[in-house]
Design a protein around this ligand. Structure first.
Ligand SMILES: Cc1cc2nc3c(=O)[nH]c(=O)nc-3n(C[C@H](O)[C@H](O)[C@H](O)COP(=O)(O)OP(=O)(O)OC[C@H]3O[C@@H](n4cnc5c(N)ncnc54)[C@H](O)[C@@H]3O)c2cc1C
Ligand code: FES
Ligand code: FES
Length: 483
């Protein structure tokens, strides 16, 4: 058992204990590790000023450095990782390629956002020798600049070339450090500070035992939801459970019809894993948050957070999504497992069909059948890094050809139109067995508008959301009909 978070910080092994381990990484870097190059601006994962690079070795994968937001990740949850900050990317007297390109292209004015941009560019150069402007923009979705204007920064990204001398992986991912982290990851962690206890077990049995003995415990996934709440003043939960040391929860399994995603699988890995099996879902995940968020945030966190506008939920509702739960009632006996279909998982606003002491171990869903016409849509006030006002998921199969095509199955789900994500059974039934036509699409769009009871909030009025939902289906109808 360890009482610390063990990391390699710019190549140096560190053990972080007690109060410091429960701090957000960005704050800890600045206040405790004397590394103030990492900036904190929004403290909500929105601006990227706090970007650092993280590589988490696993027994069967090659670790890679990826950009993450350090303002909403506790030091404890980054245990077992290599972390590189802006102070660690320059090798010798020469600037790193990202730093040099930013200075050559005048990509900085007040400079406050600059370390974050340099780190996002450094992550990009770990994957690409050079990029075009579109790829650069994708890598920089999670970084905001208030003074320079983005063109010089994009120019810098396009001008930058990866260099072996400055490769972060080449410099920091040596076998000795990685083997040490892998050995360390086998030892569970307990950290105590005041009345908070943080536990990271190495087995599911120990995780469910902790859950049984600590009513009110919270699982800490990547904290891209929880971390924001904590930074906004919500106290740390008194019993925190991190599943990051349980190897089986990183698994992605595929069989002939379905795919199963462990609780620790990130959205970035999910996006890559579904490119062939659920391509529309994979494409849709491009619109989810930013690289810094997707590189750590989990699908299971999105499901358990239970926001009615969680972006993955409408898809899972129509794709046979099933939540797999584990518990150990009374902390005794074998681990009890059960599965709940997503359609029965959301009982009310943020109310889940979970028993006390249960944790989610994985989620499964169907591969998209080749003959199914599946589309996912998200409407938000801006395209990237924004929360949906309404999202929609539609899937139809048909038989026959041309104007005689008959609907053989229909599934429709929305987010942002009720206290939970919802299916619309009345609209689905109206499509079943009917010849596909513009009139049918219009009838169903009106049924959808009539069936939904959205709320008004900052992202849109109830009336706006109702119109939006019906219009998303009209758009889908045009795509299905090919008009
Ligand atoms: C800048 C920013 C942009 C975002 N953009 C989007 C977006 O475009 N679309 C969107 O839908 N969301 C978005 N989010 C929200 C968030 O990133 C997602 O909901 C993410 O999937 C949460 O995953 P996590 O691992 O970080 O969860 P955490 O924050 O760690 O946890 C979320 C909740 O799930 C619970 N939980 C986690 N794992 C388990 C488990 N195994 N068992 C039981 N309970 C568990 C936690 O206790 C907590 O209640 C954004 C967040 C930020 C900060
Ligand atoms: S400080 Fe803005 S994303 Fe971290
Ligand atoms: S240079 Fe000032 S915020 Fe970007």
């Amino acid at each position: 058992m360890r009482d610390c978070s063990t990391i390699y910080l710019n190549g140096v092994r560190r053990e972080v204990r007690g109060r410091e381990a429960l701090m957000m990484m960005a704050e800890w870097l600045r206040k405790e590790a004397s590394l103030p190059g990492t900036k904190i601006v929004c403290a909500e994962g929105d601006c990227g000023a706090c970007t650092v690079l993280r590589a988490f070795p696993t027994p069967d994968g090659t670790p890679r450095f990826e950009a993450i937001n350090s303002c909403i990740a506790t030091v404890a949850q980054l245990d077992g990782s290599h972390i590189v900050t802006v102070e660690g990317i320059q090798n010798g007297p020469e600037l790193s390629p990202a730093q040099k390109a930013m200075t050559d292209c005048h990509g900085s004015q007040c400079g406050y956002c600059t370390p974050g941009f340099v780190m996002a560019l450094s992550a990009m150069l770990e994957r690409h020798d050079q990029v075009d402007a579109k790829t650069a923009s994708n890598y920089l979705t999670g970084n905001l600049c208030r003074c320079t204007g983005y063109q010089p920064i994009i120019d810098a990204a396009v001008m930058a070339r990866a260099s072996k001398t400055h490769s972060v992986a080449g410099r920091y991912l040596n076998d000795a450090a990685t083997d040490d982290l892998l050995a360390t990851q086998k030892k569970p962690v307990t950290i105590k500070n005041d009345d908070v206890v943080y536990f990271a077990p190495a087995t599911l049995r120990d995780a469910t035992t902790f859950a049984a003995h600590n009513p009110g415990f919270r699982v800490l996934g990547a904290a891209t939801d929880l971390g924001v709440q904590i930074n906004k003043g919500k106290p740390l939960p008194q019993a925190i459970l991190s599943l990051h040391l349980i190897p089986e929860l990183y698994a992605i399994k595929k069989n002939r019809t379905g795919i199963t995603i462990g609780a620790r699988v990130t959205l970035a890995d999910l996006r890559r894993a579904t490119m062939d099996t659920a391509p529309e879902f994979s494409r849709f995940l491009n619109l989810f948050a930013s690289p810094q968020i997707k590189n750590v945030a989990t699908l299971v966190g999105n499901i358990a957070n239970a926001s009615p506008i969680g972006d993955t939920l409408p898809f899972l509702l129509i794709a046979g999504g099933t939540v797999h739960l584990a518990s150990r009632p009374g902390g005794k006996g074998p681990v009890k497992k059960r599965a709940v279909p997503m359609t029965a998982f959301y009982l009310g606003y943020k109310k889940l069909a979970m028993e006390p002491g249960e944790i989610i171990t994985h989620v499964s869903f169907d591969k998209t059948p080749p003959r199914e016409f599946l589309r996912l849509y998200k409407v938000s006030q801006r395209k990237d890094l924004d929360i949906s006002a309404v999202s929609g998921a539609f899937a139809l199969t048909t038989s026959g050809r041309g104007p005689a095509r008959v609907v053989t199955s229909a599934r429709i789900a929305f987010g942002g139109v009720a206290a939970t994500p919802v299916r619309v059974p009345g609209a689905e039934a109206a499509l079943q067995g009917v010849v596909l036509s513009p009139d049918l699409i219009e009838t169903v769009a009106q049924l959808i508008a009539g069936a939904l009871t959205p709320l008004s909030d900052a992202r849109g009025t109830a009336a706006y959301r109702r119109v939006l939902a019906a219009n998303l289906f009209r758009r889908y109808g045009q795509e299905v009909l090919g008009v």
